[in-house]
Design a binder for this molecule. Structure first.
Ligand code: GCU
Length: 746
């Protein structure tokens, strides 16, 4: 039998040491794993978190070994580059902060006590991904470490951190019917040390197989297979392999079949199964990425509450135990490597090794259906032949290692739809932020409709979309860029309706389920955080938009949620009371009196006059929720980000004469009219003079030009608000308001 000895206690952390000798003598700090040295400075903003080489050391008792036994050190994650020393001698280096790796120490262990030292580095470099991205690159031994002792004849421990057992289920649905499915299960094993025979058990059937050159295969037929059927029924089987030496490996697996159709989207076990879910980073307030099992489990409970059926585990390989939780709870997973934002000519080898480790170590998870090659990788340097070749090699590697899954990639919004890189992965997906970073919400709809019309035979997904929201900020007139919880809810209401009308989107993933650390950010009143989460980074507060998705996706737990609980002081005489519910009927009570019952779906809006302090209550069935609102004379400026300079309200709604041009028209509409076009022509010339680089990239990129035409002039002006004064905007709008729009031809 193999034996594992956990090595998570009694470590000494040494922040500064020039070499292993110095690291062995410096005082250091006693710590236990998991650990990161950026738990605090990686989350407090300023982009000044410590990036460099730190050391971990501990004493290591040599275990009593029987003849021929082998001993490995096993690391579940060391970010980002680790050098492993034993008794002062460097034994191994591993480049990649998110995957498991092992070091054979059999011949190096001394009898009695040994000195184990690990240098871990998260500094800038030009070849280990990630190097440029919107999240904190925490450094440390942030997952577990253990000693693994195996018999002389053992399942392979030396192949990209794999377990030496691989299970490939091939499901056949009898006439497309999920009820009567068969499956062929192929169990492959790799063994070292001269194994001759292996006993393999799968789904309670047992077979013997001869081992030739360290490899064996056993095949099983399941006539009436219990399918792994997503969140409805994530049934798991177990496969086990045993050698005469006593070494045993086990793995769970799930029987399912899936495919993506360009017109109909994702299918699971023969039926349409639109993937609708969220993304997750592996970090949390106060602990960085040094997550405990309880934290992983809590995240999964929140995911089950919202009712997602898919997860994009961005932007790197996540912990084994989290993929296990996805298997157990039926989440369909997009797994990926951190080949992100900036393509590095010296980084090709690292993308290939990180992808090989991701696939080899996670092959048996039924939850994983695809391998993500990259994320927004053209954002910093466009599409080069080296980047294309890097993608071809990754794509081929995935197919060679795993014929059972498809490849994908997440594209940045300005990547031209006809770019050759889009032809490499099996399916594509775009990250769009219209209605947040730029443009209007409707441009998300237009983008996908255009892509789908242009490429009807290509599968397309929506890999990222979101809007930052600080729950402190509230508004009765939410607007793009105001960082209010109110706008985030409006943003997602639009996107959800957009998605509902496009079942051919094979997968959609909210960016992000949780706020996460991006130490380079300082926005929305929280330094160091990306606040696009539907839940705060400490997992303590679910924003209104969380309940919107719960209303659409959670079909198990009836509920009603009143929005705006943090919007207490309201200046409007008649206020909107909005509820989210997964029930068809809700009732509103004001100050204890029943006011109105409404039928509908997901979103329920009421208008309520307010004049004092009111108790607002929602009810559906036995579910209730209530908030308090107060009529206020003055706007509560605590609700406003940046004392209103974050939001530009040049005009009130009734400042615009209908039938005449205004800054609320799109650039395309304005430019198509000679007079209006001439007026804004001057503006765009001065803007491009000031922002030559941006203007040039727009000129060079027809996709961006097209997007700009879909933006309103007001939206454009907000993007360059530091370049125009309110007076200039007013004057421009006055001039446009003199120009009558041509009669709309019927
Ligand atoms: C990008 C990127 C994310 C980032 C997000 C954002 O699409 O893929 O890593 O966090 O945009 O700007 O919020």
């Amino acid at each position: 039998m193999r034996q594992a000895i956990e090595l998570n206690e009694n470590w000494i952390f040494v922040k500064h040491a020039e070499n292993v000798t110095e690291a062995a003598t410096v005082q250091g700090e006693e710590i236990s794993l998991p650990h990161t040295w950026n738990a605090v400075d990686g989350q407090d903003g300023g982009n000044d978190y410590y990036r460099g080489t730190c050391w971990y050391r501990r004493m290591l008792e040599s275990p009593q070994l029987n003849a021929g036994q082998k001993v490995y050190l096993e690391f579940d994650g060391a970010a980002m580059t680790a050098d492993v020393y034993l008794n002062g001698e460097k034994l191994a280096r591993h480049e990649g902060g998110y995957s498991r790796f092992r070091v054979n120490v059999t011949e190096k262990l001394r009898t009695g006590t040994n000195e184990l030292a690990v240098s871990v580095d998260n500094a800038d470099n030009d070849h280990v991904y990630p190097q440029k991205a919107d999240f904190t690159f925490y450094g440390g031994l942030y997952r577990m470490v253990r000693l693994v002792i195996v018999p002389e004849v053992h399942f392979s421990m030396d192949y990209y951190g794999g377990d030496g057992i691989r299970v490939t289920p091939e499901v056949t649905l009898a006439d497309g019917n999920r009820e009567h499915a068969q499956a062929k299960i192929t169990v492959e094993i790799w063994a070292d040390g001269g194994a001759e025979r292996v006993t393999v058990t799968a789904a309670d059937q047992t077979k013997q197989a001869a081992v030739a050159d360290g490899y064996a295969k056993a095949e099983f037929e399941l006539s009436d297979v219990h399918l792994w059927d997503g969140v409805e029924d994530p049934y798991l089987y177990t496969a086990k392999a045993e050698l005469a030496s006593g070494d045993v490996v086990e793995t769970r697996f799930g029987c399912r079949c899936f495919h993506v159709d360009p017109q109909k989207g994702f299918f699971l076990n023969g039926r349409a199964y639109p993937l609708r879910g969220v993304s997750r980073h592996q970090d949390r307030a106060g602990v960085g990425n040094a997550l405990t099992s309880a934290m992983h489990q809590e995240d999964m409970e929140i995911i089950k509450e919202i009712g997602a059926n898919t997860l994009r585990l961005a932007h790197y390989q996540h912990a084994q135990e989290f993929y296990d939780l996805c298997d157990e709870n039926g989440l369909i997973v997009w797994a990926e490597i951190p080949y992100i934002t900036l393509h590095m000519p010296n980084g090709r080898e690292n993308t290939l090794s990180q992808m090989q480790e991701l696939v080899v170590q996670n092959y048996n998870h039924p939850s994983i259906v695809c391998w993500g090659l990259s994320n927004e990788i053209t954002a910093s340097g466009g599409v080069t032949e080296d980047l294309l070749e890097n993608h071809r090699l990754l794509n081929d590697l995935c197919h060679r290692l795993d014929a059972s899954r498809f490849t994908t990639m997440a594209d940045v919004f300005m990547l031209e739809m006809d770019s050759p890189v889009l032809e490499i992965p099996d399916v594509n997906s775009y990250n769009l932020y219209f209605g947040w970073y730029l443009g209007e919400l409707e441009q998300n709809d237009a983008f996908f409709d255009e892509y789908h019309a242009k490429y009807p035979d290509r599968c397309i997904g929506f890999s990222e979309y979101g809007a930052d929201a600080n729950p402190q900020y509230q508004s009765a007139e939410p607007d793009k860029g105001d960082y209010t919880e109110s706008y985030q809810a409006v943003f997602h209401e639009h996107i959800l309706q957009m998605i509902e009308k496009r079942p051919w989107l094979w997968a959609t993933h909210v960016w992000n389920l949780f706020d996460f650390a991006a130490d380079g950010r300082d926005e929305g009143g929280k330094n160091g955080q990306n606040q696009k989460g539907l839940v705060t980074m400490d997992r303590k507060l679910k924003k209104d938009a969380f309940y919107l998705y719960k209303a659409y996706w959670n079909r198990k737990e009836p509920f009603v949620h009143l929005c705006g609980r943090r919007y207490t002081d309201r200046t409007e005489a008649e206020t909107e009371v909005k509820m989210y519910s997964n029930q068809p009927e809700v009732t509103l009570f004001v100050d204890g009196k029943k006011r109105e019952t409404m039928q509908g779906s997901h979103v329920f809006r009421f208008k309520v006059p307010i004049s004092g302090t009111h108790r607002i209550e929602a009810q559906t069935g036995v579910c209730r929720d209530f908030i308090t609102v107060r009529k206020a004379e003055e706007k509560n400026m605590d609700y406003v980000f940046g004392q209103a300079d974050g939001v530009v309200n040049w005009f009130d709604k009734d400042d615009f004469k209908p039938g005449y041009f205004s800054i609320q028209d799109t650039m395309g509409a304005l430019q198509s009219h000679p007079q209006a076009g001439a007026l804004i022509g001057k503006l765009t010339e001065s803007a491009s003079a000031a922002r030559g680089d941006v203007a040039q990239s727009v000129k060079d990129n027809p996709n961006l030009q097209k997007m700009m035409m879909g933006m309103t002039l007001e939206g454009m002006l907000k993007q360059v608000r530091d370049m125009v004064t309110p007076e200039q905007v007013k004057a421009l709008n006055d001039a446009l308001q003199q120009i009558k729009k041509p009669e709309q031809t019927k």
